[in-house]
Design a protein around this ligand. Structure first.
Ligand SMILES: NC(=O)c1ccc[n+]([C@@H]2O[C@H](COP(=O)([O-])OP(=O)(O)OC[C@H]3O[C@@H](n4cnc5c(N)ncnc54)[C@H](O)[C@@H]3O)[C@@H](O)[C@H]2O)c1
Length: 325
């Protein structure tokens, strides 16, 4: 993933790379050579920040290292932009948010799946009341990646490593946080994962929207998008997004008919997002915010609300009962 972040840094004038850090010096050295970067390479982050006088840290390490890496950056006076998930547990994520508050530095988290033009258009339409008062959101996520490696050995692989994206997208679309969840997690027949690769969740959001998530990483055939497949329903109509480029709505025709099934009007929703998409879009938003002295949209205090959805879902699955966040 560091490649994507380096692509951004090397293409954008507002970023000057001053050093690369990896526990494995050879990995950092190789990256510098591949990319013709004439910059210092370190294995110790604190030393790297001191020597280079960096004012911003990109954290693209593994989730278990994020607490240590982000804390070192914030303590050393850097803003930090880091990869999801904030951590592999909620306690560490909270510690990082507390430290960001204490140091007054920004810690923002990559949520690239909010930066697709379709989801931003959908969110704008919902906010403008195009569907009336929102009451239901469904998302389906069915893929069958054969990753090999840590994901096939970890507990709760789908919830921790992937659903953080989809839950964050649901918060983005609904414009609010979750207040409860009931989650059933299971490992389907034939799964090649040690942990549960399939999940069904029912969330109640704070604005009384009910959000359902059905997902699997062991579902062969008829794949959905990695962005999930969405249905968003309000009092005036419904919008669907297939997670690719098909975004449409059907809303009640005015004046509203009194027919058994109301007359509806179908439309493709015109794009309202002019910015870049995915990682580049999210990074642009982070840079814009710190330049303007405000918090980025995906700042750690916001992102911890998506983390809470993941860990409440795990608690619910383990207890076999509804959990309040
Ligand atoms: N947003 C997305 O779409 C997306 C996609 C894939 C991965 N990710 C995230 O990106 C992060 C990195 O994933 P990856 O697949 O690139 O991992 P990776 O294992 O390929 O690379 C991680 C690198 O970090 C180094 N490292 C580990 N601990 C370190 C530490 N304490 N200090 C310095 N270097 C350290 C490792 O040596 C390795 O070179 C993860 O948080 C992952 O969840 C995000």
């Amino acid at each position: 993933m560091a490649n994507t972040w380096l692509d951004y840094a090397q293409q954008k004038e507002h970023v000057e790379l001053v050093g690369l850090v990896d526990l494995n010096r050879q990995a950092a050295q190789q990256k510098a050579e591949e990319r013709n970067l004439d910059i210092a390479v370190f294995t110790d982050l604190e030393e790297a920040i001191q020597e280079t006088k960096a004012d911003l840290l990109f954290d693209v390490t593994v989730p278990t290292a994020h607490l240590q890496v982000v804390s070192t950056g914030l303590h050393a006076g850097c803003h930090v932009f880091g990869e999801k998930p904030m951590s592999d547990n909620l306690k560490h994520a909270q510690e990082m948010a507390d430290l960001a508050k204490q140091t007054g530095k920004t810690y923002a988290v990559m949520q690239n799946r909010r930066y697709w033009k379709e989801i931003r258009t959908l969110r704008d339409k919902v906010e403008q009341g195009h569907l009336g008062k929102l009451h239901t959101i469904n998302s389906d996520f069915f893929l069958a990646p054969h990753f090999g490696g840590f994901r096939e050995e970890m507990d709760h692989p789908l919830l921790i490593d992937m659903a953080i994206h989809t839950f964050d997208q649901a918060r983005f679309i609904s414009g609010c946080n979750a207040k409860s969840v009931y989650c059933h997690e299971f490992n389907p027949s034939g799964s090649w994962y040690d942990g549960n690769a399939s999940v069904i969740c029912i969330f109640e959001m704070e604005n009384d929207v009910v959000y359902t998530y059905r997902g699997s990483w062991a579902a062969e055939g008829l794949r959905t998008s990695w962005n999930a497949d969405w249905r968003v329903i309000g009092t005036q109509g419904t919008a669907t997004w297939d997670g690719f480029d098909k975004l449409e709505s059907e809303t009640m025709k005015e004046p509203v008919s009194d027919s058994f099934l109301r007359e509806m009007e179908r439309q493709s929703l015109n794009n309202t997002w002019q910015g870049e998409e995915t990682h580049f879009g999210c990074l642009d938003a982070m840079f814009e915010a710190i330049t303007e002295g405000r918090l980025p949209e995906t700042n750690c205090f916001d992102n911890i609300e998506s983390m809470k959805m993941v860990f409440a879902a795990i608690e619910s699955a383990e207890k076999g009962q509804k959990v309040y966040l």
